[in-house]
Write a protein that binds this ligand. Structure first.
Ligand SMILES: Cc1cc2nc3c(=O)[nH]c(=O)nc-3n(C[C@H](O)[C@H](O)[C@H](O)COP(=O)(O)O)c2cc1C
Length: 186
């Protein structure tokens, strides 16, 4: 059976998330066979058990990185996890072959709506452009880049508007379905 590892990179999923919390709660219902790692709750001091995280990665066939877009990339806790767990001799380098052939799926949300992500638009560039470092991260580790699932318009600013909240909840639930569907297709 395909082993799926879902890693949540939100910095505060319990107290400061709307969308990622809904996505992950729904995903764990519809994809219970996956292993879920919540970096913020498992490592409140952000000191990772590198060996344990490397073992989790090694035993997975599909790795899903779930995060909110923070300054056009992964949040700081997830970046720290990348820096400290994906080290030379493990994930890359002449002897670092542990992740070769694994499939990487990136799943993320943004506050700005999708249409703002286009050349010359409010966000300056298509959303794909901001994923270049992650694509090369996958490539450098010998992982297969399988694409991404993205939902925009999941904004902090809309948290006090009931109708907006309802729409965001629906979008987050749909996002989880899209992730599960994509994972099953891999
Ligand atoms: C520190 C920080 C940086 C953010 N940077 C961006 C950004 O670069 N682009 C964007 O569209 N939204 C940005 N946002 C909005 C978040 O992406 C959005 O609130 C999040 O995806 C919603 O998920 P959540 O409810 O699980 O936190 C940022 C939010 C924070 C707190």
């Amino acid at each position: 059976m395909t082993k799926i590892l879902v890693v949540s990179g939100h910095t505060d999923l319990q107290k400061n998330s709307f969308a990622n919390k809904i996505i992950l709660d729904r995903l764990s219902e519809i994809m219970p066979e996956a292993e879920y790692v919540y970096l913020d709750t498992e490592y409140p001091g952000w000191t990772f058990n590198v060996e344990r995280e490397q073992e989790r990665l090694k035993s997975a066939d599909v790795i899903v990185m779930q995060f909110p877009f923070f300054w056009y990339g992964v949040p700081s806790i997830m970046h720290k996890w990348m820096e400290e767990v994906f080290v030379h001799g493990f994930s890359h380098g002449s002897k670092g072959k542990a992740l070769v052939g694994k499939k990487l799926l990136v799943s993320f949300t943004s506050g700005a709506p999708e249409e703002m992500y286009q050349t010359g638009g409010v966000q300056g560039y298509p959303v794909d452009d901001f994923l270049t470092p992650l694509k090369q991260f996958a490539r450098a580790c010998g992982m297969e880049w399988t694409g991404y699932v993205y939902s925009g318009g999941l904004s902090y600013a809309s948290r006090h508007d009931d109708e907006k909240l309802r729409q965001m909840k629906e979008k987050a639930l749909l996002h989880a379905e899209r992730v599960a569907e994509k994972v099953r297709s891999l």
